[in-house]
Design a protein around this ligand. Sequence first.
Ligand SMILES: *[C@@H]1O[C@H](CO)[C@@H](O)[C@H](O)[C@H]1NC(C)=O
Ligand SMILES: *[C@@H]1O[C@H](CO)[C@@H](O)[C@H](O)[C@H]1NC(C)=O
Ligand SMILES: *[C@@H]1O[C@H](CO)[C@@H](O)[C@H](O)[C@H]1NC(C)=O
Ligand SMILES: *[C@@H]1O[C@H](CO)[C@@H](O)[C@H](O)[C@H]1NC(C)=O
Ligand SMILES: *[C@@H]1O[C@H](CO)[C@@H](O)[C@H](O)[C@H]1NC(C)=O
Length: 535
Amino acid sequence: MGVNQCVKVTLFLSLLVLFCSSFSSSEDVKLKVKGVTNIATTDENFICATLDWWPSNKCDYNQCPWGKAGILNLDLNNTILSNAIKAFNPLRIRLGGSLQDQIIYQFGKQKHCPTMRKKENGLFGFSVGCLPKKRWDEVNHFLNKTGVKFTFGLNALVGKKNSKEDQLNWKGDWNPNNAISLMKYTVSKGYNIDSYELGNELCSEGVSARIDSVQYAKDITKLRHIVNSLYPNATTRPKVMGPAGFYGKEWFDSFLQHVGPGVIDGVTHHIYNLGAGVDRDLISKVQDPYFLSKIAQTFKDVSTAVKEFTPWAGAWVGESGGAYNSGGKDVSHTFVNGFWYLDQLGMTSTFNHKVYCRQALIGGNYALLNTTSFIPNPDYYGALLWHRLMGTNVLSISHDSSSYLRTYAHCSKQGNGITLLLINMENSTSFDVSLVNDMNLYPEELASEGVNTVNLMDSLKREEYHLTPKDGNIQSDVVLLNGTPLELTKSKEIPELKPKIVDASSSSPIKVAPHSIVFVQINNFNAPACAPPTK
Ligand SMILES: *[C@@H]1O[C@H](CO)[C@@H](O)[C@H](O)[C@H]1NC(C)=O
Ligand SMILES: *[C@@H]1O[C@H](CO)[C@@H](O)[C@H](O)[C@H]1NC(C)=O
Ligand SMILES: *[C@@H]1O[C@H](CO)[C@@H](O)[C@H](O)[C@H]1NC(C)=O
Ligand SMILES: *[C@@H]1O[C@H](CO)[C@@H](O)[C@H](O)[C@H]1NC(C)=O
Ligand SMILES: *[C@@H]1O[C@H](CO)[C@@H](O)[C@H](O)[C@H]1NC(C)=O
């Protein structure tokens, strides 16, 4: 090779390197949606968020991220808070959490209403606290005004005792008297309760306390009888939910076998699959498809147990914050957390879960709303888009491309056709997604590519919602929708969420940029499972 040629080759290689490093690559992906039948169904109101009891002096890792977000301190007059909830019309809210089993209610014989204090040997480091009657009124007026579907978690430890030798195990029957007083008052005032849940994280190994599975079944059966007698009209009767804790096969199987038919309406379990909020690896975990998929077995196991023992009760994720101890302070309220959250909404609905409650609506580092400013974080908008777009019928969807592209399909909530959720966790590859409608009736025929499948991109009209982080910074608190930052309006309303309309004649694939989350509503995708039922 002459000097001249050598220079040319070097120049060419340099240009090639320059080209590869400054442009991201793109990859074609063919998505196959099976539209003939559904594979699972969710509740109409799948999206749920939690409120908690934490006082402002709840601290983790040298910071106290709850501020005034606990239910006893929360500013219920805050305009953003009301608007953020009303935008769902309705939003499900579950009030519960660690301190729930130390809260007494100022009703009936309970006149004294102690303030919760830090206490060295108390459960979770706190003394017994109390829900004042006045606060219950305020909370219910707020829930009514904002149209919330409300799940209330009851204290399950009243009447039980533990011993010095066996501190974790709480024995004896649940004493429901204080709960009955609260419920009678609630009925007399006409406050709407969607569901009562018994206890918090007292099942399986427990966290600060645990109850034996057979005893728990007995206690929740008692709650069922109380609810039936206080709410004689079955049409408007609140649901009964439990056990509101971490899944363990032995405990759950035993509990579900010991609750008789019709005792529980939903089986709630909790998820914190990202580990501790302080974990330095949190940011990598939420972008790692292999890691994110590891929790799928739990969703499958709960769903299988429910099908086997209590098929009348749907599985719910009753509380899930991702990272425990209030979340990660640089991750859990930012754009990148949506990779974990929206992926998990997709995953749980695929495993036939009915409802998913995100810890928290407000409070900690992992909330949908900022704890002090109440301004919605990126996951708030992800949740709202899911709520508005994704219907109750879950469809099978698959592709042979990168595992960093996560895909989910449901029948659309409004109108015909389907809505896709596409999550691109790659940092430099974009995906050009085209769709195939797999009309085969039976899974075995899936292999017969081309038969009964229609290539669709030239006929599909679609509405696209592309979510990306501000300035390309995945740890931003600000999310863009189709390139425009989502910000409250001047009157502190949630902004309109407008799709980009892609006209059918363009026949172009859906472009899913690196580090983006995309919802696509396709109205004329012909999925029999999504058509109105025929007789
Ligand atoms: C909230 O508003 C109600 C009525 O609008 C009022 O009675 C109450 O004092 C207000 N609370 C706060 C904390 O501002
Ligand atoms: C609010 O309260 C009114 C009067 O009790 C009731 O008719 C209405 O159904 C309630 N709305 C909700 C969403 O709870
Ligand atoms: C039960 O509640 C429903 C819905 O509010 C109402 O239509 C029905 O009349 C009630 N039934 C009885 C027996 O009161
Ligand atoms: C809430 O917003 C403020 C100001 O934007 C920010 O400094 C703070 O870190 C946010 N809090 C959380 C928990 O995200
Ligand atoms: C992009 O992702 C790859 C593979 O996961 C990783 O090795 C690399 O560090 C990432 N680059 C940036 C800039 O985040």
